[in-house]
Design a protein around this ligand. Structure first.
Ligand code: FE
Ligand code: FE
Length: 207
């Protein structure tokens, strides 16, 4: 059975005031909130590096510009998280996020498995980037709700601003994919197959 651990409680020293103020103790929800704040802080910093690699790898200027724009927004996301840490009286601190490590690893393998200068590369990059956006949307969506419940209204507003930018980015990437990139990738057809190497390897195995 889970035991209540009252040690090492995070104290919301300068917070805007939580529902737990009466007791002076930090609730488990507040602790989970700060834990997830560290998770997304780690993730956003990793995404900065990931986006730079993705910008380098794109085929079309349209996608390159979209990634560049989101890189600028991501820098702001990091700053906003630092502000939220400040609001709860904590120093900004990251905690290793396995999910983002996995998603960015997948993006890297997409880059290496698709051919430079193809529309298939861009279609695949959008796919990988949207998985990252959805992870961020899930995290910020949860954090906003937690912040509201805890009574951290300024933090909720700040996190909500980022949530909206992630949602807009996701929508914009869908539009770019649907406008011409997916079709362009489809027109590359069988002449270019990103999986050709794997298929050849599999056929060799079977023979
Ligand atoms: Fe972000
Ligand atoms: Fe994002």
């Amino acid at each position: 059975m889970a035991q209540k651990n009252t040690d090492n409680r995070t104290t919301f020293m300068t917070g805007e005031g939580s529902k737990n103020d009466q007791s002076g103790e930090t609730s488990y929800l507040e602790r989970f909130f700060t834990d997830q704040l560290k998770d997304i802080y780690y993730a956003e910093n990793k995404i900065l590096d990931g986006l730079k690699e993705m910008i380098e790898a794109t085929t079309t200027d349209e996608l390159k510009d979209a990634f560049k724009e989101h890189l600028g927004q991501t820098e702001k996301h990091v700053k906003r998280l630092e502000k939220v840490f400040g609001l709860v009286g904590m120093r900004p601190e990251g905690k290793k996020c396995d999910a983002i490590e996995g998603l960015l690893k997948e993006a890297k393998s997409i880059i290496s498995e698709t051919e430079d200068g193809t529309m298939t590369r861009d279609a695949a990059l959008i796919f990988a980037a949207q998985k990252v956006e959805h992870y961020e949307i899930a995290t910020y969506g949860g954090l906003v709700q937690f912040a509201i419940t805890i009574g951290l209204h300024e933090a909720a507003d700040i996190l909500d601003r980022t949530l909206r930018e992630e949602e807009n980015t996701d929508r914009m990437l869908t539009e770019i994919a649907e406008n011409d990139i997916n079709l362009g990738a489809e027109h590359e057809g069988v002449e270019y197959s990103w999986d050709k190497q794997n298929q050849t390897a599999e056929m060799d195995d079977e023979s």
